[in-house]
Design a protein around this ligand. Structure first.
Ligand code: NAD
Ligand code: ZN
Length: 342
């Protein structure tokens, strides 16, 4: 089969012929029909500091996919040949304290599909059977593959009260844009979207943001505080990872509000904890991955009942052979989600 392989520990990747993997007793072989590009894939492609210390090579990377079950291991139950599937990418250990207390999404021993274990930018992929998510056969593959990032958004938006609350999504990248859609679908009050990229702000508007702020033109905290007459925003969803934007997010949070942090800071962030967190009575939380598997069931409800239309976030479709063009486009940022049709 053909797969996109990170072969050398340096920038780039190569599309090459590799053997079709065979599944172990507890694994499933999936024929991949569609995948999507994540910021993590760009980190792997460009080979930044994080990739250097994390990624196991050589590896077929990519972790957002939808496909069809082609083969199952001897011990697998509950997954049938021909079913349409996606999967949770965190392969948790199942026995540590986090896993045994319902917090497998923060398992310290987890392996990551497409990062430390072989992934899906190929014709076939191996998935642990217990991580399989069965998709509605009516759901197009090119949308079903988006559940991984949608899950980040769903976990962030729904980890606290949202109905009628003012919400600021800081960083309108793919996950921020999905968060705008989820917040809207779930009955949020005024939704503000903040970014430095006009293309993304325009998309945010189209996907349901009521007001957009260009952080390259105005200070985010000044704008959000003035728009709310100094009261601040009930729910801050930090999805940029930009240190200044993170600090501005805390400044913009209303008293007794919530700050959910998903963006990964590019360097250390300095905060006035006394004024910006403690005396404000803020609830601050880290968001990682998707809750296993509560988030997946919440997504299923939203998708199956058409509360959100995932087709709105897909701006480009490519063949896997066009990977260089796809990564270039992603780097430049004039895109929503980029999908590979396999
Ligand atoms: P992305 O990098 O495409 O999105 C970030 C957006 O923030 C971009 O649109 C960018 O223009 C914008 N931005 C940059 N500086 C800004 C500023 N000063 N103010 C406002 N916006 C600014 O990536 P994404 O895939 O949407 O992911 C968002 C973040 O979440 C990234 O930091 C990513 O690494 C992280 N992430 C975290 C998890 C997790 O489990 N915690 C999972 C996936 C991604
Ligand atoms: Zn564990």
């Amino acid at each position: 089969m053909v797969g996109l392989v990170k072969e050398h520990r340096g920038p780039g990747a190569i599309l090459k012929e590799i053997p079709v993997p065979t599944c172990g007793p507890d694994e499933v072989l999936v024929r991949i029909k569609a995948t999507s590009l994540c910021g993590t894939d760009l980190h792997i492609y460009n080979w930044d500091k994080w990739a250097k210390k994390t990624v196991v090579t050589p590896i077929v990377f990519g972790h957002e996919f939808a496909g069809i079950v082609e083969a199952i291991g001897d011990r697998v139950t509950g997954v049938q040949l021909g079913e349409h599937v996606s999967a949770e990418g965190h392969i948790a250990c199942g026995t540590c304290k986090a896993c045994r207390t319902g917090n497998a999404h923060v398992c310290p021993h987890s392996k990551s599909f497409g990062i430390t274990a072989p992934g899906c930018f190929a014709e076939f992929a191996i998935v642990k059977a217990s991580n399989i998510i069965r998709n509605d056969p009516e759901l197009p593959f090119e949308l079903a593959c988006l559940q991984d990032p949608l899950g980040n958004a769903v976990q962030a938006v729904l980890s606290g009260e949202i109905v009628g609350k003012s919400v600021a999504v800081i960083g309108a990248g793919p996950i921020g844009l999905l968060s705008v859609m989820v917040a809207k679908a779930c009955g949020a009050g005024t939704i503000y979207a903040v970014d430095v990229n006009p293309y993304r702000l325009q998309m945010a508007r189209r996907l349901g943001a009521d007001l957009t702020i260009n952080a390259a033109e105005t200070r985010t905290s000044d704008a959000l505080l003035s728009l709310t007459e100094g009261e601040g925003i009930d729910v801050i969803l930090e999805m940029s990872g930009n240190p200044q934007a993170i600090a501005d997010g805390f400044k913009s949070a209303a008293r007794a509000g919530r700050v959910s942090l998903l963006g990964i800071p590019t360097k250390e962030v300095t905060l006035d904890l006394t004024e910006q967190v403690i005396f404000k009575g803020l609830r601050v939380e880290g968001i990682t991955g998707r809750k296993m598997y509560q988030t997946w069931y919440q997504m299923k409800g939203l998708i199956n009942q058409k509360r959100i239309d995932l087709s709105q976030i897909v701006t480009h479709k490519f063949n896997l052979t066009q990977y260089q063009e796809a990564f270039r486009l992603m780097e430049q940022g004039e895109c929503g989600k980029i999908v590979f049709i396999h």
